[in-house]
Design a protein around this ligand. Structure first.
Ligand code: C2E
Ligand code: MG
Ligand code: MG
Ligand code: MG
Length: 278
């Protein structure tokens, strides 16, 4: 009967909630040890300059590799880390990993590669955020212009004045700032007016097979044009096919990123990828 079904639904819902709670507790129990055991690995996904066809950089994406070999993807633990604040530790760790990797490249005589590091919005509420990254840059003697800090557009609307100040400070330090997932949420063109960003990453939802393609093409073309006139570099994420790569090149997008070029890979594999050595 109807009532019975309702009860079943409630029980089912409750179990799902319970499962999530168990998972969260487990993640929170092991996340600190995982950091000291270096279980968080920096994977790198190539960014391809569409004019030259060359790799111009990579995005650092975290993978949690468990001692017994299981791999956990960021969507499973980043939201937990954002809620309990641990994300600030992870993001600073990833920034350091990027610095160490860049120094390795420079030692090998490889230049012209920038590393993009994701920065959770939680960081921007931390009083000592700028001090922390300054410390890391100093420790590793890194030229900050080799690092692009990716922020998501959600942040910027929350507290525009504070964000403007932060971007100014980051620029003073020498970092480039990228707006990640542009167009995925409540995007506002106001962001482009107010914030002095260096790079715009068009969300992969643009290329996904939904909605009217013709409209999509017009919107992408004009965002890329607009960014170009504002001297902002454009990156399209989620490029999965040759025709998509052709399309974004034809509308003068600067950089492509996606499975079509390469999936995120461990550091040593990325080094081989750019040097052409197997
Ligand atoms: P994101 O920064 O927008 O990163 C791009 C995501 O798209 C990555 O997912 C990447 O693997 C995936 N991707 C790349 N090419 C393609 C493609 O052709 N098709 C499709 N469908 N997907 C593609 P990933 O690695 O699972 O990361 C998910 C999100 O987790 C990231 O989205 C980012 O927001 C967050 N994240 C990852 N690493 C970090 C980190 O170190 N710190 C912080 N705060 N967030 C991170
Ligand atoms: Mg990103
Ligand atoms: Mg993105
Ligand atoms: Mg994302």
């Amino acid at each position: 009967n109807a009532k019975g079904n309702q009860n079943d639904a409630i029980i089912f819902y409750g179990e799902e909630l319970h499962e999530r709670e168990v998972k969260r507790n487990e993640i929170e129990r092991i996340m600190h040890t995982a950091l000291s055991n270096r279980e968080y690995r920096m994977y790198l996904q190539p960014k391809v300059d569409l004019e030259s066809g060359r790799v111009c950089g990579a995005e650092a994406l975290v993978r949690w590799v468990r001692p017994r070999g299981g791999m956990i993807y960021p969507d499973e633990f980043i939201p937990v880390f954002e809620q309990n604040g641990f994300i600030t530790n992870l993001d600073m760790y990833m920034l350091e990993e990027a610095c160490v990797y860049l120094n390795g490249l420079l030692k090998m005589g490889i230049s012209g590669i920038c590393i993009s590091v994701n920065q959770s919005r939680i960081l921007f509420y931390k009083q000592d955020y700028l001090k922390q990254i300054e410390k890391i840059i100093r420790k590793h003697h890194i030229d900050p212009s080799l690092i692009i800090l990716e922020v998501t557009e959600g942040i910027t609307m929350e507290n525009l004045e504070e964000m403007k100040r932060l971007v100014r400070e980051l620029h003073k330090m020498g970092f480039a700032v990228s707006m990640d997932d542009f167009g995925s949420g409540y995007s506002s063109l106001n962001i482009l007016k107010e914030l002095d960003i260096d790079e715009l990453k068009l969300d992969k939802a643009f290329l996904a097979d939904t909605g009217e393609q013709e409209k999509r093409d017009i919107i992408m073309k004009n965002i890329i044009n607009l960014a170009g006139e504002l001297h902002i570099k454009t990156v399209t994420e989620g490029v999965e096919s040759a025709s998509q790569a052709d399309f974004i090149r034809s509308i003068h997008c600067d950089i492509g990123q996606g499975y079509y070029y390469a999936k995120p890979m461990p550091e040593d594999e990325f080094t081989r990828f750019i040097t052409g050595k197997a």
